[in-house]
Design a protein around this ligand. Sequence first.
Ligand code: NI
Length: 180
Amino acid sequence: MSPYGIRMVGDPVLRQVAHEVTDIDERLVKLARDMLQTMYDAPGVGLAAPQVGVQKRFFVYDLGEGPSTLINPAVSESRGEWTFDEGCLSIPGVSFEIVRPKEIFVTGRDLDGNEVSFEADELLARLVQHELDHLDGVLLLEHLDEEQRDDAKRLLREMKLGSGTERAPAAEGAAGLSLP
Ligand code: NI
């Protein structure tokens, strides 16, 4: 069983700006481990702390190369454009073609408190940008054009999401490579 329930669109916690992590301690390590379990169970490839109701600036992810945690992440450079069918574990069953920078330079800290920096391209770049948005209270809905936004509203109405804080069942078959 997943340690946490994933917060769904309509939950105000998803719209708040998360706080910088000041202490990388055992509690945070446990939280990250529990979040990874929740992410794998979903299943998804990334999960940001606000998605489990924790207002701290970090996220967990695994694109098939093992679990990682990125704390206080920042993007300092971005290049190019890349279109990708992007989804979110907090908006189950919905995905949209969204254009974002293709390559980014990322900095942050790992769970040992070490500074990390790396170039990210395509899928990893997309994941980092998506999760960083969560830390700023931004959902992928805000990246949609007008037509996509209308579709999203209709879909969310059909799923009875987005109108309050009610929980929704996890969508079947919507995982794929969709980002949470
Ligand atoms: Ni998401």
